[in-house]
Design a protein around this ligand. Structure first.
Ligand code: HEM
Length: 471
Protein backbone atom coordinates (compact mmCIF):
# COMPACT_ATOMS: atom_id res chain seq x y z
CA UNK A 1 0.00 0.00 0.00
CA UNK A 2 1.18 3.58 -0.60
CA UNK A 3 2.33 5.30 2.59
CA UNK A 4 -0.38 7.25 4.39
CA UNK A 5 0.08 11.05 4.15
CA UNK A 6 -0.45 13.34 7.14
CA UNK A 7 -4.02 14.11 5.96
CA UNK A 8 -4.68 10.39 5.61
CA UNK A 9 -3.41 9.77 9.12
CA UNK A 10 -5.50 12.60 10.61
CA UNK A 11 -8.62 11.30 8.87
CA UNK A 12 -7.99 7.75 9.97
CA UNK A 13 -7.36 8.87 13.57
CA UNK A 14 -10.53 11.03 13.55
CA UNK A 15 -12.49 8.17 12.09
CA UNK A 16 -11.15 5.81 14.73
CA UNK A 17 -12.20 8.20 17.51
CA UNK A 18 -15.68 8.71 16.09
CA UNK A 19 -16.07 5.15 15.04
CA UNK A 20 -19.40 3.77 16.18
CA UNK A 21 -19.48 0.29 14.80
CA UNK A 22 -22.90 -0.79 13.62
CA UNK A 23 -24.22 -3.41 11.23
CA UNK A 24 -25.52 -2.31 7.84
CA UNK A 25 -28.88 -4.01 8.39
CA UNK A 26 -30.73 -6.62 10.44
CA UNK A 27 -30.18 -10.21 9.42
CA UNK A 28 -33.26 -12.28 8.49
CA UNK A 29 -34.14 -14.59 11.37
CA UNK A 30 -33.55 -17.86 9.55
CA UNK A 31 -30.14 -16.74 8.18
CA UNK A 32 -26.73 -17.83 9.40
CA UNK A 33 -25.00 -14.93 7.60
CA UNK A 34 -23.05 -12.19 9.42
CA UNK A 35 -24.02 -8.50 9.16
CA UNK A 36 -21.74 -6.18 7.12
CA UNK A 37 -19.69 -4.21 9.67
CA UNK A 38 -19.03 -0.50 9.21
CA UNK A 39 -19.46 2.95 10.69
CA UNK A 40 -21.09 6.27 9.79
CA UNK A 41 -17.80 8.18 9.60
CA UNK A 42 -17.76 11.92 10.18
CA UNK A 43 -21.02 13.73 10.97
CA UNK A 44 -22.72 14.79 7.70
CA UNK A 45 -19.73 13.95 5.53
CA UNK A 46 -19.48 10.25 6.30
CA UNK A 47 -16.40 8.96 4.45
CA UNK A 48 -16.70 11.39 1.55
CA UNK A 49 -13.46 13.20 2.43
CA UNK A 50 -11.46 10.00 2.64
CA UNK A 51 -12.92 8.34 -0.43
CA UNK A 52 -13.55 11.22 -2.83
CA UNK A 53 -11.32 14.13 -1.91
CA UNK A 54 -8.16 12.47 -0.63
CA UNK A 55 -5.12 12.23 -2.85
CA UNK A 56 -5.30 8.46 -2.50
CA UNK A 57 -8.03 6.59 -0.61
CA UNK A 58 -5.97 3.37 -0.45
CA UNK A 59 -4.37 3.84 3.02
CA UNK A 60 -7.85 4.57 4.39
CA UNK A 61 -9.28 1.47 2.73
CA UNK A 62 -6.39 -0.62 4.03
CA UNK A 63 -7.15 0.56 7.52
CA UNK A 64 -10.77 -0.50 7.05
CA UNK A 65 -9.70 -3.87 5.63
CA UNK A 66 -7.62 -4.48 8.74
CA UNK A 67 -10.36 -3.18 11.03
CA UNK A 68 -13.40 -4.88 9.48
CA UNK A 69 -12.13 -7.52 7.04
CA UNK A 70 -12.87 -7.78 3.29
CA UNK A 71 -16.50 -6.58 3.44
CA UNK A 72 -17.53 -3.33 5.17
CA UNK A 73 -19.82 -0.37 4.61
CA UNK A 74 -19.34 3.41 4.67
CA UNK A 75 -21.11 6.63 3.65
CA UNK A 76 -20.19 8.65 0.54
CA UNK A 77 -22.07 11.76 -0.60
CA UNK A 78 -24.98 10.80 1.64
CA UNK A 79 -25.31 7.22 0.31
CA UNK A 80 -24.43 3.95 2.04
CA UNK A 81 -21.92 1.87 0.08
CA UNK A 82 -20.57 -1.63 0.68
CA UNK A 83 -16.89 -2.16 -0.19
CA UNK A 84 -15.93 -5.73 -1.17
CA UNK A 85 -12.14 -5.47 -0.80
CA UNK A 86 -9.66 -7.86 -2.39
CA UNK A 87 -9.91 -10.51 -5.12
CA UNK A 88 -12.23 -12.94 -3.33
CA UNK A 89 -14.92 -10.41 -2.41
CA UNK A 90 -14.62 -8.68 -5.84
CA UNK A 91 -15.10 -12.02 -7.57
CA UNK A 92 -18.44 -12.63 -5.83
CA UNK A 93 -19.79 -9.28 -7.04
CA UNK A 94 -18.35 -9.32 -10.56
CA UNK A 95 -19.24 -12.96 -11.23
CA UNK A 96 -22.72 -12.17 -9.92
CA UNK A 97 -23.86 -15.80 -9.97
CA UNK A 98 -27.25 -15.15 -8.33
CA UNK A 99 -27.91 -12.03 -10.47
CA UNK A 100 -28.20 -9.81 -7.42
CA UNK A 101 -25.80 -6.99 -8.44
CA UNK A 102 -27.06 -4.64 -11.15
CA UNK A 103 -25.02 -2.12 -13.13
CA UNK A 104 -27.84 0.21 -14.26
CA UNK A 105 -28.85 1.48 -10.82
CA UNK A 106 -25.21 1.35 -9.58
CA UNK A 107 -23.47 3.27 -12.38
CA UNK A 108 -26.65 5.21 -13.09
CA UNK A 109 -26.22 7.11 -9.83
CA UNK A 110 -22.91 8.59 -11.14
CA UNK A 111 -23.18 8.76 -14.90
CA UNK A 112 -26.76 7.75 -15.79
CA UNK A 113 -27.98 11.11 -17.18
CA UNK A 114 -24.94 11.34 -19.49
CA UNK A 115 -24.44 7.74 -20.60
CA UNK A 116 -27.93 6.23 -20.29
CA UNK A 117 -28.54 3.12 -22.39
CA UNK A 118 -24.76 2.64 -22.82
CA UNK A 119 -24.09 -1.11 -22.62
CA UNK A 120 -22.38 -0.91 -19.23
CA UNK A 121 -25.61 0.46 -17.76
CA UNK A 122 -27.79 -2.36 -19.10
CA UNK A 123 -28.47 -5.52 -17.11
CA UNK A 124 -29.23 -9.20 -17.40
CA UNK A 125 -31.21 -10.33 -20.52
CA UNK A 126 -31.19 -6.90 -22.15
CA UNK A 127 -27.43 -6.54 -21.57
CA UNK A 128 -26.78 -9.96 -23.07
CA UNK A 129 -28.85 -9.10 -26.14
CA UNK A 130 -26.84 -5.90 -26.78
CA UNK A 131 -23.50 -7.52 -25.95
CA UNK A 132 -24.13 -10.29 -28.50
CA UNK A 133 -24.48 -7.68 -31.24
CA UNK A 134 -21.71 -5.40 -29.98
CA UNK A 135 -19.09 -8.14 -29.82
CA UNK A 136 -19.15 -8.30 -33.63
CA UNK A 137 -17.40 -4.92 -33.58
CA UNK A 138 -14.49 -6.38 -31.56
CA UNK A 139 -13.44 -9.53 -33.43
CA UNK A 140 -9.78 -9.98 -34.44
CA UNK A 141 -10.72 -9.16 -38.01
CA UNK A 142 -12.28 -5.86 -36.92
CA UNK A 143 -9.36 -5.03 -34.61
CA UNK A 144 -6.97 -5.58 -37.48
CA UNK A 145 -9.06 -3.12 -39.56
CA UNK A 146 -9.01 -0.51 -36.75
CA UNK A 147 -5.22 -0.90 -36.48
CA UNK A 148 -4.86 -0.16 -40.19
CA UNK A 149 -7.01 2.96 -39.75
CA UNK A 150 -5.15 4.24 -36.69
CA UNK A 151 -1.60 3.66 -37.96
CA UNK A 152 -1.32 6.69 -40.29
CA UNK A 153 -3.15 8.88 -37.74
CA UNK A 154 -0.63 7.86 -35.04
CA UNK A 155 2.27 8.64 -37.36
CA UNK A 156 0.85 12.11 -38.13
CA UNK A 157 0.01 12.89 -34.51
CA UNK A 158 3.36 11.80 -33.10
CA UNK A 159 5.38 13.49 -35.84
CA UNK A 160 4.04 16.84 -34.61
CA UNK A 161 5.36 16.42 -31.04
CA UNK A 162 7.83 19.16 -30.15
CA UNK A 163 10.99 18.08 -28.41
CA UNK A 164 12.14 20.09 -25.40
CA UNK A 165 12.57 20.21 -21.64
CA UNK A 166 8.90 20.38 -20.61
CA UNK A 167 6.88 18.33 -23.06
CA UNK A 168 3.32 17.97 -21.60
CA UNK A 169 2.85 14.22 -21.93
CA UNK A 170 -0.68 13.93 -20.55
CA UNK A 171 -2.16 16.72 -22.72
CA UNK A 172 -0.36 15.42 -25.83
CA UNK A 173 -1.46 11.81 -25.44
CA UNK A 174 -5.02 12.95 -24.63
CA UNK A 175 -5.11 14.96 -27.85
CA UNK A 176 -3.73 12.02 -29.82
CA UNK A 177 -6.39 9.62 -28.49
CA UNK A 178 -9.13 12.18 -29.27
CA UNK A 179 -7.81 12.51 -32.84
CA UNK A 180 -7.67 8.73 -33.17
CA UNK A 181 -11.21 8.42 -31.87
CA UNK A 182 -12.54 10.69 -34.60
CA UNK A 183 -10.81 8.62 -37.29
CA UNK A 184 -11.24 5.10 -35.92
CA UNK A 185 -14.59 5.52 -34.18
CA UNK A 186 -16.30 7.97 -36.49
CA UNK A 187 -14.34 7.44 -39.68
CA UNK A 188 -14.15 11.17 -40.28
CA UNK A 189 -11.77 14.02 -39.93
CA UNK A 190 -13.87 16.63 -38.22
CA UNK A 191 -14.02 20.08 -39.72
CA UNK A 192 -15.31 23.22 -38.06
CA UNK A 193 -17.21 21.20 -35.49
CA UNK A 194 -14.01 19.63 -34.00
CA UNK A 195 -13.80 21.99 -31.03
CA UNK A 196 -17.49 21.81 -30.29
CA UNK A 197 -17.49 17.99 -30.33
CA UNK A 198 -14.34 17.73 -28.24
CA UNK A 199 -15.72 20.18 -25.70
CA UNK A 200 -19.09 18.39 -25.57
CA UNK A 201 -17.31 15.10 -25.04
CA UNK A 202 -15.07 16.39 -22.25
CA UNK A 203 -18.00 18.06 -20.47
CA UNK A 204 -20.10 14.91 -20.69
CA UNK A 205 -17.30 12.83 -19.13
CA UNK A 206 -16.50 15.37 -16.40
CA UNK A 207 -20.09 15.70 -15.27
CA UNK A 208 -20.06 12.28 -13.57
CA UNK A 209 -17.61 13.67 -11.00
CA UNK A 210 -19.80 16.66 -10.12
CA UNK A 211 -20.42 17.13 -6.41
CA UNK A 212 -23.49 19.28 -7.09
CA UNK A 213 -25.77 16.80 -8.83
CA UNK A 214 -28.55 19.07 -10.17
CA UNK A 215 -28.83 20.84 -13.54
CA UNK A 216 -28.27 24.35 -12.16
CA UNK A 217 -27.10 26.55 -15.09
CA UNK A 218 -23.32 26.95 -15.24
CA UNK A 219 -22.57 23.83 -13.15
CA UNK A 220 -20.64 20.77 -14.33
CA UNK A 221 -23.85 18.77 -14.24
CA UNK A 222 -25.70 21.19 -16.55
CA UNK A 223 -22.72 21.39 -18.93
CA UNK A 224 -22.62 17.58 -19.03
CA UNK A 225 -26.29 17.40 -20.04
CA UNK A 226 -25.67 19.97 -22.75
CA UNK A 227 -22.62 17.99 -23.96
CA UNK A 228 -24.70 14.84 -24.20
CA UNK A 229 -27.30 16.65 -26.36
CA UNK A 230 -24.56 17.96 -28.69
CA UNK A 231 -23.09 14.46 -29.13
CA UNK A 232 -26.49 12.89 -29.77
CA UNK A 233 -27.31 15.50 -32.41
CA UNK A 234 -23.91 15.01 -34.06
CA UNK A 235 -24.24 11.23 -34.32
CA UNK A 236 -27.87 11.40 -35.44
CA UNK A 237 -26.98 13.69 -38.34
CA UNK A 238 -24.22 11.33 -39.53
CA UNK A 239 -26.27 8.18 -39.06
CA UNK A 240 -28.04 7.81 -42.44
CA UNK A 241 -24.72 8.08 -44.30
CA UNK A 242 -23.13 5.56 -41.95
CA UNK A 243 -26.00 3.12 -42.38
CA UNK A 244 -25.39 3.26 -46.14
CA UNK A 245 -21.58 2.97 -46.01
CA UNK A 246 -19.38 -0.14 -45.95
CA UNK A 247 -16.59 1.68 -44.11
CA UNK A 248 -14.49 -0.09 -41.45
CA UNK A 249 -14.81 2.56 -38.71
CA UNK A 250 -16.55 1.58 -35.48
CA UNK A 251 -19.64 3.75 -36.14
CA UNK A 252 -20.27 2.07 -39.53
CA UNK A 253 -19.51 -1.36 -38.04
CA UNK A 254 -22.11 -0.79 -35.26
CA UNK A 255 -24.69 0.14 -37.91
CA UNK A 256 -24.11 -3.20 -39.66
CA UNK A 257 -23.40 -5.48 -36.64
CA UNK A 258 -25.81 -8.42 -36.48
CA UNK A 259 -26.04 -11.11 -33.80
CA UNK A 260 -26.16 -14.84 -34.67
CA UNK A 261 -29.95 -14.72 -34.32
CA UNK A 262 -30.21 -11.82 -36.81
CA UNK A 263 -30.74 -8.87 -34.39
CA UNK A 264 -29.35 -5.40 -35.20
CA UNK A 265 -29.18 -2.10 -33.32
CA UNK A 266 -31.86 0.58 -33.75
CA UNK A 267 -30.75 4.15 -34.54
CA UNK A 268 -31.10 5.11 -30.86
CA UNK A 269 -29.04 2.07 -29.81
CA UNK A 270 -26.21 3.00 -32.19
CA UNK A 271 -26.14 6.58 -30.85
CA UNK A 272 -26.23 5.50 -27.19
CA UNK A 273 -23.45 2.96 -27.73
CA UNK A 274 -21.29 5.41 -29.68
CA UNK A 275 -21.49 8.04 -26.92
CA UNK A 276 -20.65 5.41 -24.30
CA UNK A 277 -17.83 3.79 -26.30
CA UNK A 278 -16.13 7.14 -26.86
CA UNK A 279 -16.09 7.70 -23.11
CA UNK A 280 -15.12 4.11 -22.22
CA UNK A 281 -12.15 4.16 -24.58
CA UNK A 282 -10.77 7.64 -24.14
CA UNK A 283 -9.74 8.29 -20.55
CA UNK A 284 -8.88 4.68 -19.79
CA UNK A 285 -6.28 4.42 -22.56
CA UNK A 286 -4.99 7.95 -21.87
CA UNK A 287 -4.47 7.09 -18.18
CA UNK A 288 -2.72 3.81 -19.00
CA UNK A 289 -0.33 5.45 -21.48
CA UNK A 290 0.44 8.33 -19.11
CA UNK A 291 1.23 5.87 -16.31
CA UNK A 292 3.43 3.85 -18.69
CA UNK A 293 5.28 7.00 -19.76
CA UNK A 294 5.84 8.01 -16.14
CA UNK A 295 7.30 4.67 -15.07
CA UNK A 296 9.38 4.35 -18.24
CA UNK A 297 10.83 7.81 -17.56
CA UNK A 298 11.63 6.78 -13.97
CA UNK A 299 13.11 3.47 -15.18
CA UNK A 300 15.21 4.29 -18.27
CA UNK A 301 16.58 0.73 -18.33
CA UNK A 302 13.05 -0.49 -19.13
CA UNK A 303 12.54 2.25 -21.70
CA UNK A 304 15.73 1.16 -23.51
CA UNK A 305 14.68 -2.48 -23.32
CA UNK A 306 11.34 -1.69 -24.98
CA UNK A 307 13.06 0.52 -27.58
CA UNK A 308 15.39 -2.36 -28.49
CA UNK A 309 12.36 -4.66 -28.75
CA UNK A 310 10.60 -2.23 -31.11
CA UNK A 311 13.70 -1.65 -33.25
CA UNK A 312 14.16 -5.42 -33.47
CA UNK A 313 10.83 -5.58 -35.32
CA UNK A 314 12.48 -3.54 -38.06
CA UNK A 315 9.50 -1.41 -39.09
CA UNK A 316 7.64 1.71 -38.00
CA UNK A 317 4.18 0.38 -38.67
CA UNK A 318 2.87 -2.35 -36.46
CA UNK A 319 0.74 -5.06 -38.06
CA UNK A 320 -1.79 -7.13 -36.15
CA UNK A 321 0.44 -10.22 -36.18
CA UNK A 322 3.34 -8.25 -34.64
CA UNK A 323 1.50 -7.47 -31.41
CA UNK A 324 2.43 -10.65 -29.61
CA UNK A 325 6.11 -10.14 -30.42
CA UNK A 326 6.24 -7.10 -28.13
CA UNK A 327 6.15 -9.05 -24.88
CA UNK A 328 8.13 -6.50 -22.82
CA UNK A 329 5.71 -3.76 -23.87
CA UNK A 330 2.83 -6.01 -22.87
CA UNK A 331 4.23 -6.54 -19.34
CA UNK A 332 4.84 -2.80 -18.90
CA UNK A 333 1.26 -2.07 -19.98
CA UNK A 334 -0.11 -4.60 -17.49
CA UNK A 335 2.12 -3.33 -14.71
CA UNK A 336 1.00 0.28 -15.38
CA UNK A 337 -2.66 -0.80 -15.09
CA UNK A 338 -1.85 -2.66 -11.88
CA UNK A 339 -0.10 0.30 -10.27
CA UNK A 340 -2.75 2.79 -11.39
CA UNK A 341 -6.08 1.14 -12.22
CA UNK A 342 -7.66 3.40 -14.88
CA UNK A 343 -11.17 2.67 -13.59
CA UNK A 344 -10.68 3.01 -9.83
CA UNK A 345 -14.10 1.65 -8.79
CA UNK A 346 -16.95 -0.33 -10.37
CA UNK A 347 -20.46 0.55 -9.19
CA UNK A 348 -23.33 -1.87 -8.54
CA UNK A 349 -26.64 -1.89 -6.67
CA UNK A 350 -28.32 -4.98 -5.28
CA UNK A 351 -31.71 -5.84 -6.77
CA UNK A 352 -32.41 -8.53 -4.17
CA UNK A 353 -31.08 -9.73 -0.80
CA UNK A 354 -27.75 -11.46 -1.28
CA UNK A 355 -24.41 -12.16 0.43
CA UNK A 356 -20.72 -11.42 -0.06
CA UNK A 357 -18.24 -13.77 1.62
CA UNK A 358 -20.70 -14.75 4.34
CA UNK A 359 -22.05 -11.20 4.96
CA UNK A 360 -25.71 -10.38 4.42
CA UNK A 361 -26.27 -7.54 1.90
CA UNK A 362 -29.89 -6.37 1.62
CA UNK A 363 -31.71 -5.37 -1.57
CA UNK A 364 -31.15 -1.74 -2.73
CA UNK A 365 -27.58 -1.45 -1.43
CA UNK A 366 -24.87 0.36 -3.40
CA UNK A 367 -21.67 -1.68 -3.82
CA UNK A 368 -18.25 -0.46 -5.09
CA UNK A 369 -15.61 -2.93 -6.31
CA UNK A 370 -12.14 -1.36 -6.05
CA UNK A 371 -9.56 -2.82 -8.50
CA UNK A 372 -6.89 -0.43 -7.21
CA UNK A 373 -7.12 -2.01 -3.75
CA UNK A 374 -6.72 -5.59 -5.03
CA UNK A 375 -3.72 -4.49 -7.13
CA UNK A 376 -1.78 -3.26 -4.10
CA UNK A 377 -2.36 -6.10 -1.65
CA UNK A 378 0.88 -7.52 -0.25
CA UNK A 379 -1.07 -10.77 0.29
CA UNK A 380 -1.05 -11.29 -3.52
CA UNK A 381 1.82 -9.22 -4.98
CA UNK A 382 5.52 -9.19 -4.11
CA UNK A 383 6.50 -5.63 -3.15
CA UNK A 384 3.28 -4.22 -4.60
CA UNK A 385 4.50 -0.59 -4.72
CA UNK A 386 7.49 -1.50 -6.89
CA UNK A 387 7.47 -1.08 -10.69
CA UNK A 388 8.35 -4.63 -11.68
CA UNK A 389 6.91 -5.55 -15.14
CA UNK A 390 8.53 -8.97 -15.05
CA UNK A 391 6.01 -10.07 -12.46
CA UNK A 392 3.86 -10.72 -15.57
CA UNK A 393 6.55 -12.77 -17.36
CA UNK A 394 5.76 -16.49 -17.92
CA UNK A 395 8.23 -17.63 -15.25
CA UNK A 396 6.48 -15.50 -12.57
CA UNK A 397 2.86 -14.69 -13.55
CA UNK A 398 2.01 -13.19 -10.14
CA UNK A 399 -1.39 -12.21 -11.57
CA UNK A 400 -2.31 -15.90 -11.78
CA UNK A 401 -2.29 -16.28 -8.00
CA UNK A 402 -6.03 -15.47 -8.08
CA UNK A 403 -8.30 -14.86 -11.13
CA UNK A 404 -9.25 -11.46 -9.65
CA UNK A 405 -5.85 -10.36 -8.30
CA UNK A 406 -5.43 -8.31 -11.51
CA UNK A 407 -8.75 -6.79 -12.48
CA UNK A 408 -8.26 -3.51 -14.41
CA UNK A 409 -10.84 -4.66 -16.97
CA UNK A 410 -13.34 -5.90 -14.38
CA UNK A 411 -14.77 -9.41 -14.79
CA UNK A 412 -17.92 -11.43 -15.40
CA UNK A 413 -20.46 -10.52 -18.07
CA UNK A 414 -19.55 -6.81 -18.04
CA UNK A 415 -15.81 -7.43 -18.48
CA UNK A 416 -14.38 -4.73 -20.76
CA UNK A 417 -15.32 -5.50 -24.36
CA UNK A 418 -12.61 -3.08 -25.57
CA UNK A 419 -9.77 -4.81 -23.70
CA UNK A 420 -8.02 -6.02 -26.85
CA UNK A 421 -8.80 -2.80 -28.71
CA UNK A 422 -7.03 -0.92 -25.89
CA UNK A 423 -3.99 -3.23 -26.18
CA UNK A 424 -3.80 -2.70 -29.95
CA UNK A 425 -3.98 1.08 -29.65
CA UNK A 426 -1.58 1.41 -26.74
CA UNK A 427 1.02 -0.86 -28.35
CA UNK A 428 0.74 0.83 -31.75
CA UNK A 429 1.31 4.23 -30.13
CA UNK A 430 4.20 3.15 -27.89
CA UNK A 431 5.89 1.25 -30.70
CA UNK A 432 5.88 4.50 -32.69
CA UNK A 433 7.03 6.82 -29.92
CA UNK A 434 9.74 4.46 -28.64
CA UNK A 435 11.29 4.38 -32.12
CA UNK A 436 11.08 8.14 -32.51
CA UNK A 437 11.60 9.68 -29.06
CA UNK A 438 13.41 9.21 -25.76
CA UNK A 439 11.86 10.86 -22.70
CA UNK A 440 13.16 11.45 -19.19
CA UNK A 441 12.48 13.16 -15.87
CA UNK A 442 14.87 14.43 -13.16
CA UNK A 443 16.00 11.60 -10.84
CA UNK A 444 14.13 13.06 -7.84
CA UNK A 445 10.94 13.80 -9.81
CA UNK A 446 7.82 12.17 -8.45
CA UNK A 447 4.37 12.87 -9.78
CA UNK A 448 1.15 12.66 -7.78
CA UNK A 449 -1.75 10.77 -9.27
CA UNK A 450 -5.08 12.40 -8.58
CA UNK A 451 -7.38 9.64 -7.36
CA UNK A 452 -10.13 12.11 -6.50
CA UNK A 453 -11.16 12.30 -10.17
CA UNK A 454 -9.51 10.22 -12.83
CA UNK A 455 -6.11 8.88 -11.81
CA UNK A 456 -3.86 11.14 -13.88
CA UNK A 457 -0.72 13.07 -12.81
CA UNK A 458 -1.78 16.38 -11.29
CA UNK A 459 1.09 18.22 -13.01
CA UNK A 460 0.31 16.75 -16.47
CA UNK A 461 3.62 14.84 -16.49
CA UNK A 462 6.12 17.28 -18.02
CA UNK A 463 9.04 15.26 -19.49
CA UNK A 464 12.22 16.08 -21.41
CA UNK A 465 11.55 14.80 -24.92
CA UNK A 466 14.41 14.10 -27.36
CA UNK A 467 14.47 12.72 -30.87
CA UNK A 468 15.94 9.20 -31.28
CA UNK A 469 16.20 9.00 -35.07
CA UNK A 470 15.09 11.06 -38.02
CA UNK A 471 12.04 9.24 -39.32
C1 HEM B 1 -6.88 0.50 -20.66
C2 HEM B 1 -8.05 0.65 -21.18
C3 HEM B 1 -9.36 0.22 -20.56
C4 HEM B 1 -9.66 -0.13 -19.27
C5 HEM B 1 -8.72 -0.20 -18.09
C6 HEM B 1 -11.07 -0.45 -19.23
C7 HEM B 1 -11.74 -0.86 -18.11
C8 HEM B 1 -13.05 -1.29 -18.09
C9 HEM B 1 -13.72 -1.84 -16.96
C10 HEM B 1 -13.14 -1.98 -15.57
C11 HEM B 1 -14.97 -2.19 -17.35
C12 HEM B 1 -16.02 -2.90 -16.50
C13 HEM B 1 -16.95 -1.95 -15.80
C14 HEM B 1 -17.90 -2.67 -14.86
O1 HEM B 1 -17.90 -3.89 -14.76
O2 HEM B 1 -18.63 -1.96 -14.19
C15 HEM B 1 -15.10 -1.85 -18.74
C16 HEM B 1 -16.24 -2.02 -19.48
C17 HEM B 1 -16.35 -1.62 -20.79
N1 HEM B 1 -15.38 -1.11 -21.60
FE1 HEM B 1 -13.47 -0.79 -21.08
N2 HEM B 1 -11.59 -0.27 -20.48
C18 HEM B 1 -10.59 0.13 -21.32
C19 HEM B 1 -10.69 0.41 -22.67
C20 HEM B 1 -11.83 0.30 -23.42
C21 HEM B 1 -11.93 0.57 -24.83
C22 HEM B 1 -10.75 0.98 -25.70
C23 HEM B 1 -13.22 0.37 -25.18
C24 HEM B 1 -13.87 0.48 -26.53
C25 HEM B 1 -13.27 0.63 -27.66
C26 HEM B 1 -13.94 -0.05 -23.98
C27 HEM B 1 -15.27 -0.36 -23.94
C28 HEM B 1 -15.91 -0.87 -22.83
C29 HEM B 1 -17.31 -1.25 -22.82
C30 HEM B 1 -18.29 -1.15 -23.98
C31 HEM B 1 -17.59 -1.72 -21.54
C32 HEM B 1 -18.93 -2.23 -21.01
C33 HEM B 1 -19.03 -3.72 -21.28
C34 HEM B 1 -20.32 -4.31 -20.76
O3 HEM B 1 -20.93 -3.75 -19.86
O4 HEM B 1 -20.70 -5.37 -21.28
N3 HEM B 1 -13.06 -0.08 -22.94
N4 HEM B 1 -13.91 -1.31 -19.18
Amino acid sequence: MPRASLTDRILIATNRRLLVLRPLSRIPEDSDLEPVPGDDGLPWLGHTLAMVFLRDPMPFLRYRYEQFGPVSWGRILGQYWVFPLGPKASEVVLQNRDKAFANGPGWGYWIGPFFHRGIMLLDFEEHLHHRRILQHAFTNERLSGYLEKMTPAIARGVAGWRTGARFPFLASIKQLTLDLATEVFMGAKLGRETNEINRAFIETVRAGFAVLRYPIPGTRWARGLHGRRVLERFFRELLPAKRASDSSDLFAVLCRATSEDGHRFTDDDVINHMVFLLMAAHDTTTITMTTMAYYLAKHPEWQERLRDESFALGKDELEFGDLEKLSGLDWVMREAMRLVAPVPYLARKTVKDTSICGHFVPKDTFVAVLPQFAHHMPEYWSQPERFDPERFAPHRREDKVHPYAWQPFGGGVHKCIGMHFAGVQIKAIFHRILRRYRWSVAPNYKTKFDFAGLPVPKDGLPVRLERVVDA
